[in-house]
Design a protein around this ligand. Structure first.
Ligand code: PAF
Length: 281
């Protein structure tokens, strides 16, 4: 697997594949890859002949008090993992390559409403940073299909809405969340947890399952959310939210709602963890 850092090199490699009529699949990442990311590569391979991954710690999606500076940069390990996962090409650009006029001057892509709730409210500007960098990466790679993890449920909805609204000719595939044996969703930020905290964090997935079971047995939504919040606090987590929303757009569920998503964001030690579970009643 080759690694390229410049947009012109990336475009040249992809143009050669395109000239042969090969479909291009794309998996954008922040790096520090784990089994969850490699599963995205596997999913992409089911949809395309050539797989391009990117590793780019995107400054515009981190808030001023977030972990941009300390986010683990592990390019050599990521390269080895992607090679084993049979990725064809890695794009690992510098910040200047992606933001040639600087982050302050960049064109921004804003996806209103769905970006504004939950993580968007807790992390102002985060989804504008995500939509902006994904648009830039899509423009460079011009994939036929791109794969995103369902763990970042709100991000997946933001990307789907952006692609639909801008009529980007790209199929967006959501890949299932990979979990540790205790149910904890795999995430690069799990490495901020101690061994004891990793065990404790399993309460998040148990709580999501309880929220689903309670919704199916017709408990009031406000009671379900209150009990989920209490469970997380009792386990020593600090929840940002534990909510039930409409699966399609994260709006407040209507009285006759059938498709739900339960979402949790909570802090534990040095980590902010998110997870979700979508289901029908
Ligand atoms: O989910 C991520 O890893 C990032 O938000 C993404 C999509 C690579 C954009 O930087």
């Amino acid at each position: 697997m080759e690694t390229v850092t410049r947009a012109d090199e990336l475009r040249a490699r992809i143009a050669a594949w395109r000239a042969r009529g090969e479909r291009i699949g794309f998996v954008p990442t922040l790096g520090n890859l784990h089994a969850g990311h490699f599963s995205l590569i596997d999913v992409a391979r089911g949809h395309a002949k050539r797989i391009v991954a990117s590793v780019f710690v995107n400054p515009t999606q981190f808030g001023p008090n977030e972990d941009f500076a300390s986010y683990p940069r592990t390019l050599a390990e990521d390269q080895r993992g992607l090679e084993s996962a049979k990725c064809n090409l890695l794009f690992a650009p510098s910040v200047d390559e992606i933001y040639p006029f600087g982050a302050a001057w960049t064109v921004r892509v804003d996806v209103p409403v769905v970006s504004e709730t939950l993580d968007g409210a807790a992390r102002p500007g985060h989804f504008t940073g995500v939509a902006t960098v994904v648009t830039k990466l899509f423009n460079l790679v011009q994939p036929d299909v791109a794969v995103f993890g369902q763990k970042d449920y709100q991000q997946l909805l933001v990307i789907r809405r952006m692609v639909a609204d801008l009529r980007m000719p790209i199929e967006i595939v959501g890949a299932p969340t990979m979990r540790e044996a205790n149910g904890l969703a795999m995430s690069s930020r799990n490495q901020y947890l101690t061994i004891e905290e990793r065990e404790r964090a399993a309460v998040i997935y148990r709580t999501l399952n309880a929220m689903r079971d309670q919704a199916r047995s017709e408990h009031a939504i406000s009671d379900i959310e209150k009990s989920a919040t209490e469970t997380l606090i009792a386990a020593g987590l600090k929840p940002d939210y534990a909510v039930l929303r409409r699966a399609d757009d994260l709006g407040e569920p209507r009285a006759d709602e059938r498709r739900f998503v339960a979402l949790i964001a909570a802090r534990l030690g040095r980590a902010r963890l998110i997870d979700n579970l979508s289901f029908e009643v």
